[in-house]
Design a protein around this ligand. Structure first.
Ligand SMILES: Cc1cc2nc3c(=O)[nH]c(=O)nc-3n(C[C@H](O)[C@H](O)[C@H](O)COP(=O)(O)OP(=O)(O)OC[C@H]3O[C@@H](n4cnc5c(N)ncnc54)[C@H](O)[C@@H]3O)c2cc1C
Length: 513
C-alpha cells in the first residue's frame, strides 16, 4: 500500500503569470515502500527538461517500488522556463505564448502528457476566409504565397516553380524523423551518450552538414531550399540554411499536427511536476553545488535577485541540471569531472503587440487592394548571402510577423476590436519599423492610438545550431546529470522532455543495479 502526505503551503506570490501555474509549494512525500531510505534528488530548473525529469523519475521509481523525494528549484516565478505566456493587455485570462508556442504530432512526450492531463489543444487557426494565410517575403517580393485552405492551385504553383523538391523534402524529413523516433525505443532507449546514439541511428549524417549541404546532398533544388526551407529555419531558429545543421533543418519541416495547449504550453510542465509529487521552490536560484566526501551533493540556494548569502542548504544523493549551464550562474566545488562548453545562443527579440491597423500592403510592395498574408516568414533575396554568419537577418530585417488572432481591448473606455501580432527579430523593433508595417510611414512616433499594448522579451532562445557530430555528456560526474546538451542536437520542448525522460531512466536503472 502506498500512502502519500500532501502539505500545500503558499510559497510564492511573485510572477503574475504564475497565479495559475504554481503559486503553491507542493510538498508531497512519497512513502512508497521498497527502499528503506528514500533517494533524494534535486532538479535545477522547472522547464520542459526539469519537469519531465521529475515526472519520469516518479513514474520509473514507482514501477520499481523505489522510494523517492524530488525537489525542484526554479529561479523564475513560474513553471515552464522558455515555455511561458504573457497576458494580453495585462489580462492573465487572455494569454499569448512568449516563447515555445508549437509542438507537433510526433512529439510523443508532449502529446501523451496533454492527453493524460486532459489539456485541450488547438491547431493553427486560419483567421480569414479571404486573403493568404502565409507568405515568404525576401525584403523585395513575396517568393511564395499560400491561400486560405491550401488550394489545388497553390499545390500546382508549388510543383511548377520547384519541381519535385517539395516531395523530396517531405520524404527526407520523414526518413530523418523516423530515425530520431527510434531514440524513444529499445534497444536505443535509454542512451548513455547522445553522440553515440546519434551515430548509431545515422543522424550524424544530418548533423555533420549544414542544412544547405544536406539538402543538396539529397538532390533538393536550391530554389526550394532558399524560399521554403530557409523561411522555416529562420522562423524556428533565426538561422539561415548555411549555418544550422541538416537535422534541425529537417525538424523545421516536420509540421504535421502542429498544436498548442489552450492557455499556454507551460501547463504540461506544471501538471508533470504535480504528478511527480515534487517539492517545487519557485524564485529560488541554485547558487552553489558542492560534492561531499560521501559522494552526495550539497546545494545552496538563494532567493532570486538576492545578493545576500545562501538562503538554504540541502543534501541530495543526485542532482539534475536542467537548463543551459552557461546561464545558470552556479559555482561548483569542486568542478565536475566534465564541464559543458559554453556555446553561443541566439539573442531573439520577441515583440507582441495589439493594434487596430492591419499590415500595410505597401510595406510589402503589394498593391493597395491586396491583403498581406496572416503569417509573414522571411528569406534572403537573390544575391544576398551571409554564409554561416549569425548576423544573417538580411534585407527583410526581421524573421517573422504573425497575426495571431483578433483581440478585444476591454480596458476602460475602449472596447475596440484589434489585431494581436507577434514579431521575431534580431534587434528591438523601432518606431520606424512599426510605422512602416502598419502603414503609418508618415508618422514620426507611434502612440497608444496605433499600438494600444505591447510586451517585449529578449531570449537566449536556442543555440546557433552549427554542424557537429559530438554532443555534451549526459553525466557530468557521479550523481550529476545534465540535460541541455541536447539543444545543439535539436532544441525543442519535446527534445528537452525526451532528455529528461532518458536521464530519469538511467538514474533509476543505476539505483537498481
Ligand atoms: C521565442 C522562442 C520560441 C520557441 N519556439 C518553440 C516552439 O514553437 N516549439 C518548441 O518545441 N520549442 C520552441 N522553442 C525552444 C524551447 O523553448 C526550448 O527548447 C525548451 O523550452 C527548453 O526547455 P528546457 O527545460 O531545456 O530549458 P528552459 O525552458 O530554459 O528551462 C531551464 C530552467 O532552468 C531555470 N534555471 C536556470 N538556472 C537556474 C538556477 N541556477 N537555479 C534555479 N533555476 C535555474 C531557468 O529559470 C529555466 O526556467 C522556442 C524558444 C524560444 C525562446
Amino acid at each position: 500500500m502506498k500512502t502519500q502526505t500532501i502539505i500545500a503551503t503558499v510559497l510564492c506570490l511573485a510572477h503574475s503569470q504564475s497565479v495559475l501555474a504554481a503559486t503553491d509549494q507542493l510538498v508531497l512525500e512519497d512513502a512508497t515502500v521498497g527502499f528503506k531510505t528514500p533517494k533524494h534528488v534535486a532538479v535545477v530548473g522547472a522547464g520542459s527538461a526539469g519537469s519531465s525529469t521529475a515526472y519520469f523519475l516518479r513514474k520509473y521509481s514507482q514501477e520499481r517500488g523505489i522510494s523517492l523525494n524530488i525537489t525542484v528549484y526554479e529561479r523564475d516565478g513560474h513553471i515552464g522556463g522558455r515555455s511561458t505566456t504573457v497576458g494580453v493587455y495585462g489580462d492573465e485570462q487572455n494569454p499569448v505564448e512568449l516563447g515555445a508556442s508549437i509542438f507537433v504530432e510526433v512529439n510523443h512526450n508532449l502529446v501523451d502528457a496533454a492527453k493524460e492531463f486532459n489539456l485541450s489543444t488547438s491547431g493553427i487557426r486560419e483567421l480569414r476566409s479571404k486573403g493568404p494565410v502565409l507568405g515568404v517575403w525576401n525584403g523585395r517580393d513575396f517568393v511564395y504565397i499560400q491561400s486560405a485552405g491550401g488550394s489545388w492551385w497553390d499545390t500546382a504553383k508549388l510543383f511548377w516553380k520547384y519541381g519535385l523538391a517539395p516531395l523530396k523534402t517531405v520524404n527526407l524529413m520523414k526518413a530523418t524523423v523516423g530515425k530520431f523516433l527510434k531514440m524513444y525505443e529499445e534497444p536505443y532507449f535509454p542512451w548513455k551518450s547522445l553522440s553515440q546514439v546519434a551515430y548509431d541511428l545515422g543522424l550524424t549524417a544530418a548533423t555533420a552538414s549544414t542544412g544547405e549541404q544536406f539538402l543538396e546532398q539529397n538532390g533538393i533544388g536550391k530554389l526550394f531550399a532558399q524560399d521554403i526551407v530557409q523561411a522555416s529555419t529562420r522562423v524556428n531558429y533565426a538561422q539561415n540554411l548555411p549555418l544550422l545543421h541538416g537535422l534541425e533543418a529537417m525538424v523545421c519541416m516536420a509540421t504535421d499536427g502542429a498544436q498548442a495547449i489552450d492557455g499556454g504550453n507551460w501547463q504540461i510542465f506544471s501538471n508533470m511536476l504535480s504528478a511527480a509529487q515534487a517539492t517545487v521552490h519557485l524564485n529560488r536560484t541554485v547558487s552553489r553545488l558542492a560534492k561531499l566526501n560521501n559522494n552526495k551533493y550539497s546545494i545552496s540556494t538563494k532567493k532570486q535577485g538576492s545578493k545576500t548569502e545562501a538562503l538554504d542548504q540541502q543534501i541530495f544523493d543526485e542532482v539534475v541540471l536542467a537548463g543551459p549551464l552557461q546561464y545558470s550562474d552556479i559555482d561548483f566545488d569542486p568542478k565536475p569531472r566534465h564541464l559543458p562548453d559554453s556555446i553561443p545562443y541566439v539573442q531573439l527579440h520577441v515583440t507582441v503587440f495589439t493594434s487596430k491597423h492591419a499590415l500595410s500592403p505597401r510595406a510589402f510592395n503589394l498593391s493597395s487592394e491586396k491583403l498581406v498574408p496572416q503569417v509573414v516568414l522571411t528569406t534572403l533575396p537573390p544575391g544576398e548571402h551571409h554564409g554561416s554568419s549569425p548576423e544573417g537577418v538580411g534585407l527583410p530585417g526581421f524573421f517573422s510577423i504573425s497575426l495571431l488572432r483578433p483581440s478585444m481591448d476591454t480596458r476602460e473606455g475602449r472596447g475596440e476590436l484589434e489585431y494581436l501580432y507577434k514579431v521575431f527579430s534580431p534587434a528591438p523593433l523601432n518606431d520606424t519599423f512599426l510605422a512602416n508595417i502598419l502603414g503609418l510611414a508618415e508618422k514620426a512616433t507611434i502612440d497608444k492610438e496605433d499600438i494600444s499594448w505591447q510586451y517585449r522579451k529578449v531570449w537566449n532562445s536556442y543555440p546557433y545550431e552549427y554542424p557537429r557530430v559530438t554532443f555534451e555528456e549526459l553525466q557530468l560526474d557521479e550523481g550529476l546529470w545534465y540535460t541541455a546538451g541536447i539543444e545543439s542536437f535539436i532544441s525543442t520542448m519535446e527534445t528537452s522532455s525526451l532528455m529528461g525522460k532518458n536521464i530519469a531512466r538511467l538514474m533509476v536503472d543505476g539505483w537498481e543495479s
